[in-house]
Ligand binder design. Structure first.
Ligand code: HPA
Length: 274
């Protein structure tokens, strides 16, 4: 049986053959950012199922495609569709695309997601730049033998979310007249939304928003030295006294509404000169 690293390398070789030159920046088009794909020009698209060793996504509303193209004049690699732990994948599979990105030479990763807000200053539809996270997933993506070729055994996480990119995002939001929150993202396995007591607990331990993705990908990206910028769209609230019933459809609707703001910020961030 081939080992994980060989699978990653084989996958990266295939993508390089198909795409040729690989850009320095990649984006995971999570909730709230799907439409950014429409702005990518000179596209070459690969379906996940046609890429050797690449996982295939199962979630409703998440199609699986790797897109190479240009946003304005900036070359970009985009993942449309990601792999969630709650779908049943193990952490090695959830984070496989990030290992492939590293192998391809990607230096910066941009991520979006949907999250429930616990901070009482947040409103549905707000955007929150993630400035830190709390990892509550029950399995760690770096558990097991360390791949020295990718990173150290005990990686630093003191600046997981790149401070310079955060600063630039706030400058862009200011120029665009978009309100931007910032805060700590609590990563949980899902797939249940939180009980009122869980929201209270996540707030108590220092969280501003909670969601079911991003943390594994960010940990692996930082392990391999990739810079990260991540943003959440607040699609529901877990604030004491305002906890309401939450459904996938409501999350999608709120994300859809916030999409133009999210796209404007990400588009400009992605096309900034180095
Ligand atoms: N909890 C967890 N994940 C989420 C939520 C939430 O409230 N909203 C969107 N994704």
């Amino acid at each position: 049986m081939k080992c994980y690293l060989e699978n990653v390398k084989e996958c990266a070789r295939f993508i390089k053959e198909q795409f040729g030159n690989i850009p320095k920046s990649a984006v995971i088009l999570g909730t709230g950012l799907g439409k950014l794909a429409e702005d990518i020009n000179d596209k070459v698209v690969l379906s996940y199922e046609d890429i050797p060793n690449f996982p295939v996504s199962t979630v409703e509303g998440h199609s699986g495609k790797l897109i190479l193209g240009k946003l304005g004049n900036s070359p970009i690699l985009a993942m449309q569709g990601r792999f969630h732990f709650y779908e049943g994948y193990d952490m090695q599979t959830v984070t496989f695309p990030i290992r492939v990105m590293h192998e391809l030479g990607i230096k910066r990763l941009f991520v979006s997601n949907a999250a429930g807000g616990m901070n009482p200053n947040f409103k549905i539809g707000d955007l929150m730049v993630i400035n830190d996270h709390i990892n509550l997933f029950p399995e760690h993506p770096l558990r097991g033998r360390n791949i020295e070729e990718h990173g150290v055994r005990f990686p630093d996480m003191s600046d997981a979310y790149n401070p310079l990119l955060i600063e630039k995002a706030f400058k862009i939001a200011d120029e665009e007249g978009i309100k931007l929150q910032s805060g700590v993202y609590v990563g949980t396995q899902g797939p249940t939304f939180e009980t009122p007591a869980e929201y209270r607990y996540f707030r108590f331990i220092g969280g501003d928003a909670v969601g079911m993705s991003t943390v594994p990908e960010v940990i692996v990206a930082r392990h391999c030295g990739i810079e990260v910028f991540a943003i959440s769209v607040i699609t529901d609230l877990g604030v004491e006294g305002v906890v309401e019933k939450c459904s996938h459809e409501e999350v999608q609707r709120a994300a859809e509404e916030a999409q133009p703001k999210m796209t404007r910020i990400m588009r400009r961030l992605l096309t900034l000169e180095e």
